[in-house]
Ligand binder design. Structure first.
Ligand code: 13P
Length: 288
């Protein structure tokens, strides 16, 4: 199946009360792992690159080429969207040009009026090419790839105004944090999520910082309108742990154990298992 925009898969998810997993990729192995897991679970999926990860991979064009080519060579039949995560204005424009099927314009750190104006411009450019757009108000806590957010509860009135710009889905801070959650984390603010959900008239809502949120909170969030859930750190942690175990067991020193195809396999298998588990939690198994 060709790459698709995220609009249809998220609208379907919203109407049927499940969420689509949006998994950050970092390289070829990561991308293969996410696609394999989604195909096994027969689930729609979003593969997303931060600006930093895309730079690391060699640029936006190569990310498009990798995902498009793998969909063909791996015979992937589930719907896949390639999404820019936390893009600035220039990155969003670039991704619209080179073949991403979905972009996030993150103007949450800008004055609200400027966020609004730039979001409108990105919506016009993206929609002219059938590309979906995510916007953000109320920054997500923590740090991701150099993007630092103080973490705040989004203002439902601002959410409504930005949704009226014609965006396709909205990231709104509800106490969620990128990276590991601290032991004293208060949990998601369901009261605020409920208010945002009511104010934004059924637009799919995006939960950033999906790593480490307990399953019961994920289910509750989905019931209150969350439709796209971003996961990055958890895949990185399981990859690192599996790779460390392999090396600490001295397996890289046995025979050809140093071959990257062997050395990276436990980590890749761990990502596959992690993505499959999240898809199960999000309720998107067999929803392709
Ligand atoms: P985690 O790294 O906390 O899973 O967050 C991912 C994310 O929200 C990407 O935008």
């Amino acid at each position: 199946m060709a790459l698709v925009s995220a609009t249809e898969m998220l609208t379907k998810a919203r109407d049927n009360h499940y969420a689509v997993g949006a998994f950050n990729t970092n390289n070829l192995e990561w991308t293969i792992a996410i696609l394999k897991a989604a195909q096994t679970k027969n689930a729609p999926v979003m593969i997303q690159t931060s600006m930093g990860a895309a730079k690391y991979m060699g640029g936006y064009e190569i990310c498009v080429a990798i995902v498009k080519t793998l969909i063909e060579t791996m015979n992937i039949t589930v719907p896949v969207a390639l999404h820019l995560d936390h893009g600035d204005y220039e990155a969003a424009k670039k991704c619209i040009e080179v073949g991403y099927t979905s972009v996030m314009f993150d103007g949450s750190h800008l004055p609200f009026e400027e966020n609004l104006e730039k979001t409108k411009e990105i919506v016009a450019l993206a929609h002219a090419k059938g590309i979906s757009v995510e916007a953000e108000v109320g920054s997500i806590g923590g740090e991701e790839d150099g993007i630092i957010g103080a973490g705040e509860l989004a203002d439902p009135k601002e959410c409504k105004i930005i949704v009226d710009c014609g965006i396709d889905f909205l990231a709104a801070g509800i106490g969620n944090i990128h990276g590991k959650y601290p032991d004293n984390w208060a949990g998601l603010s369901f009261d605020r999520l409920d208010e945002i959900n009511k104010a934004t008239n059924q637009i799919p809502l995006v939960l950033h910082g999906g790593s480490g949120i307990p399953e019961d909170q994920i289910s509750k969030a989905i019931n209150l309108g969350v439709t796209k859930i971003n996961v990055n750190t958890e895949c990185q942690l399981v990859f690192a742990e599996a790779t460390r175990k392999y090396i600490e067991a001295g397996k890289d020193l046995e025979g050809k154990g140093f071959d990257p195809r062997k050395l990276l396999k436990p980590g890749v298998d761990a990502i596959i298992a992690c993505v499959e588990e999240k898809i199960e939690w999000f309720g998107s198994t067999n929803k392709a």
